[in-house]
Design a protein around this ligand. Structure first.
Ligand code: HEC
Ligand code: HEC
Ligand code: HEC
Length: 409
């Protein structure tokens, strides 16, 4: 039996449960009255096919977009329905095999530059809808030679090694213990959204270590941040609403706005998704344990420390920075700062309660006495006192803050 044939048998075995689960667990956004083609268009947006399969200034889906790798480059294929240079002569089975299995029409290994390791999780029903949609786009005659990899990687057969090591085909198993919205989010983030393609670090042979999934990675000179709930480096201090708003609009008010590759992901893909789908994705991300806890076996921060970190991120990091490093000449660092590491926490508590007027050529720090309660102020102080190399005892108590407040009124 040839290798492709073997794979098809495995695929047949895998698809039966996938179709069964798909019907009840992942939902079919965004509404039953839609035609298959409309659903396919929506799903193609969720998969952001257009970003890779459209060259700068080229016709949609006509291919030619260049993807650089350390071992040469790829040009994304023409996936318009042109019969000679596109997918016009493909059957649904051919298309499903490419998406699910990473094999092209000739049965050869595809390069993982096409994120089939994520699309493999997409249900057959959804793949069929995407195919139906692609057959309706304007056919464009554009011969694309995809493979410009360096020897020996220009031989498609070398991808078999990558495949054996890193590719696990198959549908995502829904978790019946979780609500449908979480399962929908998992399906979109881990499948069509292929968020891990940028946000997970890869080892030297291009595989994602499971323990590091979504903990942040460098892509093409940009850093795609940690999306776990790590309080300092990830989305731990973001609310589900903030994450959902960011995905849909590119802006998380008061925090950040997408500006690099993520801006393109929002523009071409996420901004087209329904509110309930982006919310489901946010809900799923908010349930990913932080890197520090489950993954490296380091102890979880105490609840008080986690609270302090979240408050610090919300109220202080805008000026003093998430790393406590401040901004030279504008905001003092809090790492190693005397006000932060003195044996007595009085100074940092006073600074928060009273604020600091603009003086000595620096700007003002607002007072937080009205916005934060005694416990919150104590939690922030203790977090600052024991972070970024600061080793002062976390001895600020709510009662201390209450005592200081009296003259502050
Ligand atoms: C990150 C970039 C990227 C994204 C996103 C992407 N593709 Fe691809 N795709 C590629 C590359 C590169 C190839 C060529 C792979 C090869 O020849 O080994 C390819 C090849 C293909 C092929 C095979 C075409 C052929 O002639 O062999 C199909 C079909 C395909 N993609 C469909 C899709 C669909 C549908 C989506 C969205 C759900 C999508 N792609 C999203 C990069 C991408
Ligand atoms: C093409 C690479 C790429 C893909 C795919 C991608 N991201 Fe990003 N993402 C980035 C980069 C780079 C940044 C940071 C800079 C920027 O705005 O581009 C970012 C930023 C973010 C942020 C803001 C984090 C912070 O702390 O500021 C969130 C949230 C996010 N991405 C979620 C997602 C989700 C969810 C997906 C999947 C649907 C996804 N990203 C897919 C590259 C990517
Ligand atoms: C709007 C910007 C801003 C915010 C927000 C802010 N600070 Fe400040 N902070 C300042 C400025 C300005 C100073 C005074 C001079 C300087 O740091 O350069 C200062 C000074 C301090 C000092 C005295 C250290 C020193 O050497 O000057 C401490 C301690 C401090 N801030 C802690 C905090 C904490 C804790 C929070 C969060 C509750 C916070 N700050 C929020 C701007 C800010």
């Amino acid at each position: 039996m040839t290798r492709p044939a073997l794979r098809i048998c495995a695929w047949l075995a895998a698809i039966v449960p996938a179709v069964f689960f798909a019907s009840w667990s992942f939902g079919t956004a965004p509404g039953p009255q839609q035609t298959q083609v409309q659903r396919g268009e929506y799903l193609a947006r969720a998969g952001d096919c257009i970003s890779c399969h459209t060259a700068q200034g080229g016709a949609p889906y006509a291919g030619g977009y260049r993807l650089n790798t350390p071992f040469g480059y790829m040009l994304a294929s023409n996936i318009t329905p042109d019969p000679d240079t596109g997918i016009g002569r493909w059957s649904l089975d051919d298309f499903y095999r490419a998406m699910h299995h990473g094999l092209n029409k000739d049965g050869q290994d595809m390069y993982p530059a096409m994120p089939y390791d994520f699309y493999s999780k997409v249900t057959r029903e959804d793949v069929a809808a995407i195919f139906a949609y692609l057959l309706t786009v304007e056919p464009v005659r554009n011969e694309v030679d995809a493979n410009h990899m360096d020897f020996p990687f220009n031989l498609r057969s070398t991808m078999a090694v990558w495949r054996e090591l890193h590719f696990k085909e198959g549908a995502l198993q829904p978790d019946p213990a979780r609500p449908p919205s979480w399962n929908r989010g998992a399906y979109l983030v881990e499948g069509l959204g292929h968020c891990s393609g940028c946000h997970s670090p890869r080892n030297v042979i291009g595989g994602i270590e499971k323990s590091k999934t979504l903990t942040g990675a460098v892509v093409d000179g940009w850093f795609a941040p940690d999306l776990t709930t790590d309080i300092a480096t990830g989305l731990g201090s973001w609310t589900v609403d903030e994450i959902a708003a960011y995905l849909k609009t590119g802006v998380a008010k008061g925090r950040t706005a997408a500006f690099g590759p993520m801006a393109e992901v929002v523009q071409n893909s996420l901004s087209y998704l329904t509110d309930s789908d982006v919310r489901a994705m946010a809900e799923y991300l908010k349930a990913i344990p932080p890197d520090s806890a489950l993954r490296s076996g380091r102890p979880m921060p105490s609840p008080a420390r986690a609270r302090g970190a979240a408050l610090y991120m919300g109220y202080c990091s805008g000026c003093h920075q998430a790393t406590g490093a401040g901004i030279a000449g504008v905001f003092s660092p809090l790492a190693g700062n005397a006000a932060a590491i003195a044996p007595d926490p009085g100074n940092i508590l006073q600074a928060m309660l009273l604020g600091i007027p603009a003086q000595f050529n620096h700007g003002a720090m607002p007072a937080f006495a009205a916005q934060l309660n005694d416990q919150q102020i104590a939690d922030i102080a203790n977090y600052v006192r024991s972070s970024w190399g600061n080793t002062a005892p976390p001895n600020a108590a709510a009662a201390t803050v209450a005592r200081l407040r009296v003259p502050a009124r």
